[in-house]
Write a protein that binds this ligand. Structure first.
Ligand SMILES: Nc1ncnc2c1ncn2[C@@H]1O[C@H](COP(=O)(O)OP(=O)(O)O)[C@@H](O)[C@H]1O
Ligand SMILES: [Mg+2]
Length: 330
């Protein structure tokens, strides 16, 4: 049962979409936490189908495509399809707490604002590739029911240096107009400290205006910057973010969770815990690929489960692939 308080809030928020959505999301969360997933999911669908976000423009037939075409930042962004939520990401306990805390804060931002408390709007994700930075941006979008836009860093870094700052300005203006998750992947490419180039002064100006834009960004959505190369980030940037989340390769505990998840629908016919030690040091994406390869092998042999031999072959394949790609980057 939903808690009495939540039902009271729901009724009290009648007529105010954003508060009504927040109150319903609390009930959905409670149901999901109590293991009532089918109910939680159907309520979520009913909510999304019937209760508009305040920021969703009333659709005007024929105008929506036009509006997106003429948005002054449309050339700088790609909208990313959002399907995966908190249940689809494996996280260590500290990260889970941190991420759930940010989501809760955003969902209940009205309450916090009433107490004049600041709300996290700027996040920096750092960590090696394949460890969930992009996935986590999707999770935020899904959990907060906001669209996810990925910035086209290559377009933003214009060949005319003078345009880079104005491109960034257009991007941040977009995220100020439209509640969304603005994802700045490969952030290091934008925010490098390049002291050794002839264009030093101009680049310095770009980094400085980026610093200001991040500092001034107050929502309504979230700006998430991600980097695999934190060592290249301008030092002054770190302080501009409300939270820094470090996405590390999985430890044994997370590897076990990931394997359990991967073999949930197509079982492994051996004790997968015996393979965990061989997977330490790999990224989530690597391990996921090994599982997919092993399952593929079993499916092609028309079997109903993965054997230890298939898993070992998939692991060898991944190790070979890795050694080829690392040789190339030497
Ligand atoms: N923490 C994780 N939990 C579950 N799956 C993950 C995780 N990290 C990565 N993956 C899987 O690997 C894929 C690639 O990861 P991604 O989020 O793109 O990594 P990054 O952006 O850090 O390079 C994801 O789409 C997902 O399928
Ligand atoms: Mg990524």
């Amino acid at each position: 049962m939903a808690k009495a308080d939540h039902i009271k809030k729901l009724v009290a928020s009648f007529g105010r979409n954003q508060e009504f959505r927040a109150a319903t999301l609390r009930i959905i969360d409670d149901a999901a936490n109590q293991g009532k997933r089918p109910f939680a999911e159907s309520l979520r669908k009913i909510l999304d189908a019937n209760v508009r976000h305040d920021y969703q423009a009333v659709p005007q037939p024929g105008l929506t495509t036009l509006a997106s075409q003429i948005d002054p930042a449309a050339d700088l962004l790609d909208e990313v399809a959002v399907t995966r939520g908190l249940n689809d990401i494996v996280l260590n306990p500290d990260m889970r707490l941190l991420i759930e805390g940010i989501i809760e804060e955003r969902r209940r931002s009205e309450e916090l604002r009433r107490h004049r408390l600041p709300i996290s709007t700027r996040l920096l994700f750092s960590g090696p590739s394949g460890c969930g930075k992009t996935l986590c941006a999707e999770v935020f979008a899904r959990e907060l029911s906001m669209p996810l836009y990925s910035a086209r860093i290559d377009v933003i870094i214009s060949s005319f240096l003078g345009e880079t700052a104005s491109n960034l300005r257009r991007l941040f203006e977009f995220a100020t107009r439209k509640p969304c998750i603005l994802f700045l992947d490969e952030f290091d490419a934008l925010a490098r400290t390049r002291t050794d180039t002839a264009e030093h002064n101009e680049l310095r100006r770009v980094v400085n205006s980026l610093l200001l834009m991040i500092e001034r960004f107050k929502g309504p959505g979230l700006v998430i910057a991600a980097t695999n190369l934190p060592q290249f980030l301008d030092e002054a940037l770190w302080r501009r973010f409300d939270d820094i989340l470090s996405f590390d390769p999985p430890t044994e505990r997370e590897i076990e969770l990931l394997l359990t998840r991967q073999f949930a629908n197509f079982p492994a016919h051996f004790d997968v815990s015996t393979t965990i030690s061989k997977l330490v040091g790999m990224s989530y994406a690597d391990i996921e690929r090994i599982c997919f390869d092993a399952i593929k092998k079993a499916v092609l042999k028309k079997r109903k489960s993965v054997s230890e031999t298939e898993f070992a072959a998939a692991l060898r394949q991944e190790t070979r692939r890795k050694s080829l790609t690392s040789n190339r980057s030497l």
